[in-house]
Design a protein around this ligand. Sequence first.
Ligand code: PEP
Ligand code: MG
Length: 685
Amino acid sequence: MAERTVEVTSRLGLHARAAANLVRVASKFKSKLTLQRPEGGLEADAKSILSILTLAASYGTDLKLVATGDDEQQALDAIVDLFSRAFDENEKIQPRPSVAVKEELRCQGLGVSDGVVMGRVLRLQKGARDVYRAEIGDGDLERERRRFRAAVRLSRRQLETIKQRAEKELGRGHAYIFDAHLLFLQDAKLTRDVEDYIVKERSNAEWAAKVVGDRLLSIYTQINDEYLRERGSDIEDVIQRLLANLTGEGPKYPNLSEDAVIVSTELLPSTIAELNLDHVKAIATDAGGWTSHMAIIARGLGLTAVVGLRNFYQRTRTGDQVIVDARAGEVILHPAAETIKRYTFTVHEPGPIAPRVNVDDSGPVVTRDGVQISLRANVELPAEFQAVREFGACGVGLFRSEFLLSRPGLMASETEQYEVYKLLAEAAGEDGAVVRLFDVGGEFGPDLKERERNPALGLRAVRFNLHHKQIMRTQVRAILRAAAAGRLSLVVPMVADVADVRLARQVIREEVERLTSESAYFSEVQVGAMIEVPSAVLTAEKIAGEVDFFELGTNDLVQYTLAVDRGNDKVADWFRTLHPAVLYGIDRTLRAASDARIPVIVCGEMASTPAYAVLLAGLGAIDLSMIPAMIPRVRAVLSEIETNEAREVALRCLAAATADEVEELVRIEFKARWPEVFPPNALPK
Ligand code: PEP
Ligand code: MG
């Protein structure tokens, strides 16, 4: 064994290009070659680029080089020589511009939740969710490994082509990085680990590559050296390429460090569903509005989020420092030392519950004039089930079941769904839970079907279900079976009229018959309709005669009544929940239900906003469903008001001509009637 101490003398440290050079030299020798970094107790294989990079050795770092084998002395000499030549790094090679000058950059968007958070950017491309886990049988494990090797080969060919083109167009200095990418692909730390994972976990190749890639990436986001940490993006690139070649869909997939701030152009709700949210601190997206599903989820999970940042995504790199200030609706990229100092005093995780609100309360709230109002929970992910009890919800008013679809990539099996619905029923308890049939389409499901020109008006929700009957049948069966174990009902999303209801009920009836003939253990369920498009509002009386209950989806009702895309920040100013046309639709729906003696659960974001909840109570709503964390706040407000007074205000609002007029009325009237409950900042601006 021979050893020597070497110093990293290249300006940029032992980054990917330098490491690639080191691997090339080390690989010429038979001896085992390791690099040790005494502080931190790190050790790396000098023939593995990924291993070397985990040393995070910046300029001036001392490393111990140990060689064991027949040609140890020659190997040592060659490597020491390479270190002394600073890895043959061309001094003219500049670090990427984002590293050279990092000026503070502030971008204004729309804060859709609470909190001020400081963290590291994790760039996430749209479509990042397509990696799924599948159990592979013994006989097919070899095929999975072959598939993975084929993807590696294809990635290599692609990279070689890119490298040649870069050499021609940008010069050798810039093309060099692709040598490093090529070495990643050869590195046993990646390839062997993926193949081992496939076999050990009986996993499909995509999942194995994702897990191993995530592990590697997570090491990088924790590196202290700014430049080296950024090299995590190089690994990210290679992993994405591999996944793209495996799935044929070009997805991106995240690594999550402890303080990850997800930055994306537009974050699909299903992508959020797939993330390990324990590590996500905040979300910042180019697109989005207050009622986009991403925003709803962020609020539900208590994540700080700013949306509508236009072209923020392209200005970031994974690993960049960022402050997300949801209160000011602002993000600050590369915050200056002064800014960080200022923010250190304000940074706080979101906390939507005011201290005076009692979280322990449960059951319906009773207003001052004795009206009982049920407060239910809207839930998207099993991770939120626990919040139902925690915040005293009267069961689950809306389970957005489509969030289940992200997990296995395409479809959740009947058994998988059954298990989740059973857990849901358990979490909801006596008050029960309403499972919405998949509301796919719109913001959801580009993988389930071809991208449509106008998805919000396309094959969405009930239309999708009726078009893909097998998917619908599977879900209906899972719900019916789970209903035998707890109180569940089912709601059909976005019906346009009673014809949609009849078609949906027909499928449900057929599945009931089938389960009966199979002597399966199941229970029949109540069937409701989501009222969220104008045609359903205008024919609500007809629909009311053929369902057991209504759910009023105010998010879509605003979107479709006002023809304003709920996820498009450019038209956010036109998205006016308090528009008289929307109030009119709500009023009409509530009256139609009351005439037919069926209940209505109001489950859009409107119900989560205390002032709006009062207006809903004024319109006669006695069943509201919302983000669980908002229940204590809404409870506190409703317990302090009189519904007959709210009714007076609501009637005046119904007679207004514009959203501005309604908001002004609410401001004046609420302040005059309930000044303690509604300080100015709790009212519409
Ligand atoms: C709504 O539209 O108000 C609703 C509750 O459903 P979603 O937000 O999931 O469309
Ligand atoms: Mg809706």
